[in-house]
Design a protein around this ligand. Structure first.
Ligand SMILES: Nc1nc2c(ncn2[C@@H]2O[C@H](COP(=O)(O)OP(=O)(O)OP(=O)(O)O)[C@@H](O)[C@H]2O)c(=O)[nH]1
Length: 252
């Protein structure tokens, strides 16, 4: 059984900050958000986790292997580097969607995202080190078949983007509803899903659903390990096997 440790990262009181004392320049907000994501990706990545940018003001991380002290250090580091602070909430569940739901609940209980007094909350219980196994994190790395030939080299960038985003929108909803899995667009034509125990038929259904709904062809490599990065790397190798064998789904 998988045991995903998910951390919700939320910028504290960000909405009011973006308009105080008057609306801040959009380019500065975009720069702050992308730099914060880059720093978090490295801070969590150095400890074998993954961070997904989702809406930038809220980000989702898979943090198996990071304990409470690691989270506190990351929080402190952000507070020292940025004009904003972040709250972190951790939860563990065999269902990634349930883990994120629990983590979100802890933070909502502590106050609103736009509450000026709710800052640098750190809540939740990381997975006990003794309980960790090589089966804790399952990552499915989805990739569009021949995105270059079908979209990038054929269409203008915006129409390519619409096709990729429509594939993403269908997949994220399907994986969320059918498999309690969390899927994130990570650039290019790539989507990384944090999954629970989905079998081959489940992935084939997801790929078939997206093909039928919006005409986007996907393949997927699946990896399982103790940490997000190890599982993610195994998933990438499985994706290479899909390319070699011309298959839709491969497990590492
Ligand atoms: N984030 C991320 N992006 C990638 C990765 N591999 C490729 N990309 C991006 O995806 C784009 C398309 O690359 P590919 O998926 O290799 O190309 P393709 O034309 O779809 O070919 P096939 O996948 O072999 O069918 C690249 O331009 C990159 O932007 C990856 O592992 N991670």
């Amino acid at each position: 059984m998988t045991n995903a440790q998910v951390t919700l990262i939320q910028i504290d009181n960000y909405g009011p900050w973006t308009v105080t004392p008057e609306p801040r320049r959009e380019v500065d907000l975009q720069t702050l958000q992308s730099r914060l994501y880059a720093d978090l990706s490295q801070l969590v990545g150095n400890r074998e986790g993954y961070v997904f940018f989702t809406r930038f003001d809220n980000m989702v991380a898979v943090t198996n292997g990071l304990d409470a002290a690691d989270h506190a250090l990351i929080q402190e580091s952000v507070g020292n580097r940025y004009p904003v602070t972040v709250s972190l909430s951790i939860a563990v569940d065999s269902s990634p969607a349930a883990a994120l739901g629990t983590a979100t609940g802890h933070l909502q209980d502590a106050g609103s995202a736009q509450d000026g007094d709710r800052r640098e909350i750190l809540r939740g219980d990381p997975l006990d080190d003794a309980a960790r196994t090589d089966g804790d994190v399952r990552i499915a790395h989805f990739d569009v078949n021949d995105a270059t030939g079908k979209y990038t080299d054929q269409l203008n960038e915006f129409d390519s983007f619409i096709n990729i985003e429509q594939g993403y929108a269908e997949l994220m909803r399907y994986m969320r509803n059918a498999h309690e899995s969390l899927s994130f667009f990570v650039g290019g034509d790539n989507i990384i899903a944090v999954c629970n125990d989905v079998d081959e038929a489940g992935y084939l259904d997801a790929v078939g659903h997206v093909r039928e709904a919006v005409g986007v062809d996907l393949k997927v490599g699946v990896g399982t390990d103790r940490t997000a990065q190890a599982a993610g790397m195994a998933a990438k190798h499985a994706l290479e096997t899909c390319r070699e064998e011309c298959t839709d789904v491969e497990f590492a």
